[in-house]
Design a protein around this ligand. Structure first.
Ligand SMILES: *Cc1c(COP(=O)(O)O)cnc(C)c1O
Length: 227
């Protein structure tokens, strides 16, 4: 076996370059600057070696779905690396404290009880991660996110409570639909609430999301391979 220090799977670096090129092209096609868009590399289910390979390739922003998995992978890397960790999966209230402890960004604030738990955890931990409200844009039963109908009220509530710590909105549109109307709807909500961050777009649709105004794209498969 090759040494673990030098055996970066070369495809991760290549994939990252390719995704960055696609982001830049999509931005330019939309009359935007490539620098407006941040690539969140989603490493869920992938081993810490894959994260290390991405770090070596210069990637500094990562996303994980599950608090427990993120806890195992990321805190040990902090000793040697600078990066920001986003939690992008639906969050159970009883995981709020662990989430606040390890995350720089929590993208999935979606209900008052979770807002309570995060606020309490921030006090106890003395840590204030950046927050996004997740909207269940397709009103899908099994998905996390505040419903479209309740989005405005909940966003106002979170702005009042968290102030400038709340920076934007996030969504995962229904898999089997054209995502663009959902992206556009979310972009309109963000503009109305004067929130600057729009986290939308994954491997299959990040170019469409950029055309609709995404500022953060969350890409897993196109960087780390199929799960
Ligand atoms: C897994 C996941 C992603 C990345 O999905 P890919 O299709 O692998 O790019 C993005 N956002 C969320 C919320 C996810 O759960």
């Amino acid at each position: 076996m090759a040494s673990p220090v030098t055996s970066a799977p070369p495809d991760i670096a290549d994939n990252l370059r390719h995704v960055h090129d696609r982001i830049a092209n999509a931005a330019i096609a939309a009359g935007r600057q490539p620098e407006e868009i941040t690539l969140v590399a989603v490493s869920k289910t992938k081993p810490v070696e894959a994260v290390r390979a991405a770090l070596r390739a210069g990637q500094r922003v990562f996303g994980e779905n599950r608090v427990q998995e993120a806890q195992g992978k990321f805190p040990p890397l902090r000793t040697d690396h600078q990066f920001t960790l986003h939690l992008i999966g639906g969050l159970q209230t009883n995981k709020a404290r662990d989430a606040v402890r390890i995350a720089d960004v929590i993208e999935t604030l979606d209900r008052p009880k979770l807002a309570d738990a995060i606020a309490a955890a921030m006090q106890r931990e003395g840590r204030s991660p950046t927050l996004l409200v997740e909207v269940n844009v397709g009103n899908e039963e099994q998905k996390s996110g505040v419903s479209r109908d309740n989005a405005d009220g909940f966003i106002d509530e979170c702005k009042g409570r968290f102030g400038r710590q709340l920076v934007g909105l996030m969504c995962v549109p229904p898999l089997d639909e054209d995502p663009r109307p959902h992206f556009t709807w979310l972009a309109d909500r963000a503009a109305k609430h004067r929130l600057s961050v729009l986290s939308m777009g994954m491997s299959a649709d990040f170019e469409a999301a950029i055309a609709c105004g995404a500022t953060w794209v969350r890409v897993g498969t196109a960087i780390f391979g199929a799960r």
